[in-house]
Design a protein around this ligand. Structure first.
Ligand code: NAP
Length: 398
């Protein structure tokens, strides 16, 4: 009988053979992408004697039409209760209510890690000469920074009040026509994010963790993130990890933890891609870095993501692209982002063989130049297939 995920006494996820997982189909192209992805997932699960009972939950336009709410409480409750699920892209409602459904899900469930692995798949068209050197995993902090939504608009009484307070209490002079935003970066938020990145790197024998920050300018937020990271290495990982300064860049058999200033990091991920492995950074830097890196490997259409709370076990895996409304229902777009988000989800659940089979089948399909329009237009000699045909082509190779 299908059952829920549970956590054992050590906080490890226990996955029943037939596990119930909630999914959000997604707006726009979600109607095309989800069935193609589910076909692939079910084939790989069946091969390894596993089954997922997919439970649809609503969010976005479909939810609004059926319930009058963009993000019904029942959906959040299902993700909390069943712990791990997957979602397609969601329209951000314009003009009021929740600012972004994606940000809301992350914040309401305290999914503090946005995990974005970025690697190249043989045959995928790329704008750089050596996309094969890109094999990085970004841990982006998901709950703080300028994404906290603590902003007041120019010309409002709130902005005037805040400006007066800053003037009276700190002597800070801000222009009268300023909008003002607050950038909170906490020790708690930083350390739990960096802890997750180091644990991930150690568990997978990765070479290094780079803390990316703008601490030379923003000393008490981004600079503190860096300092807390190095403090954490000494406090909790002294036997397994070492900072650059403490080993002169020669970590021996320990994991190397180093740091890079964000602007420099953005150019070095292009010029010295092989020096970056796991990256831990704050929300806004992580946003820029994820898309810049995904573009290097040609992967905007296939870049996967996961939002995770490693303490409670909760995880929501998701397409990183949007709803591409002009292609909705045309059976045209690339389902790769949701398929690879599924790979991340199965890895997270410990179903490594299922994840590996899907990755291999996807690699073989792209190598055979069987691709959707987005890759076909950049590849010579490609066979362009529809979204559903691509799903079938991957499933056949499992
Ligand atoms: P978008 O939906 O990501 O589409 C931008 C372009 O990216 C598309 O026109 C298409 O490029 C390409 N693309 C997107 N998905 C693709 C796929 N599966 N396969 C191949 N190519 C794909 O971005 P947007 O138009 O800025 O946003 C539309 C809506 O999505 C907005 O409501 C936005 O808020 C929302 N959004 C949601 C998420 C999310 O749910 N995670 C993320 C971003 C945006 P070509 O035109 O070149 O073919």
């Amino acid at each position: 009988m299908a059952d829920k995920l549970t956590l054992d006494a050590n906080g490890k996820l226990v996955v029943p053979d037939d596990v119930i997982l909630p999914y959000i189909e997604g707006d726009g192209t979600g109607v095309d992408i989800w069935p193609a992805s589910q076909l692939v997932f079910d084939k790989a699960l069946a091969k390894h004697g596993r089954h997922v009972t997919w439970m649809e939950v609503l969010a976005g336009e479909k939810a609004f039409k059926e319930t009058g709410e963009w993000l019904p409480e029942a959906t959040l409750e299902a993700f909390r209760d069943y712990r791990v699920g997957i979602k397609g892209p969601l329209t951000t409602p314009v003009g009021g209510g929740i600012r972004s459904l994606n940000v809301a899900i992350r914040q309401l469930m305290d999914l503090y890690v946005c995990l974005r692995p970025v690697r190249w798949f043989q045959g995928v068209p790329s704008p750089v000469k050596h996309p094969e050197l890109v094999d990085m995993v970004i841990f982006r902090e998901n709950t703080e920074d300028v994404y906290a939504g603590l902003e007041v608009a120019e010309g409002t009484p709130e902005a005037a009040k805040l400006r007066a307070f800053l003037h009276d209490s700190f002597g800070w002079e801000l222009r009268a026509d300023s909008g003002i935003g607050i950038k909170p970066i906490s020790k708690t938020g930083s350390k739990r994010l960096i802890r997750a990145a180091i644990n991930y790197a150690l568990a997978r024998n990765r070479r290094s963790v780079t803390l990316v920050h703008k601490g030379n300018i923003q000393k008490f937020t981004e600079g503190a993130f860096r300092a807390w990271g190095y403090e954490l290495v000494k406090e909790e990982f002294a036997d397994r990890a070492v900072s650059w300064d403490d080993c002169g860049g020669e970590p021996g058999d320990r994991l190397l933890v180093k740091d890079a200033i964000a602007d420099n990091a953005l150019q070095q991920v292009l010029t010295r891609a092989n020096e970056f492995d796991v990256i831990a950074t704050m929300n806004l830097n992580g946003d820029y870095l994820s898309d810049a890196l995904a573009a290097q490997v040609g992967g905007i259409g296939i870049a996967p993501g996961g939002n995770i709370n490693y303490v409670t076990g909760h995880g929501v895996f998701e397409a990183t692209h949007g709803t591409a409304p002009k292609y909705a229902g045309l059976d045209k777009v690339n389902p790769g982002s949701v398929i690879l988000s599924g790979v991340m989800m199965f890895e997270y659940l410990g179903l490594q063989e299922v994840a590996d089979d899907i990755t291999r089948a996807l690699e073989e399909t792209i190598s055979a130049k069987i691709v959707t329009y987005d890759f076909a237009r950049l590849m010579e000699g490609a066979t362009e297939v529809s979204c559903s045909e691509f799903g079938h082509a991957v499933a056949e190779r499992i």
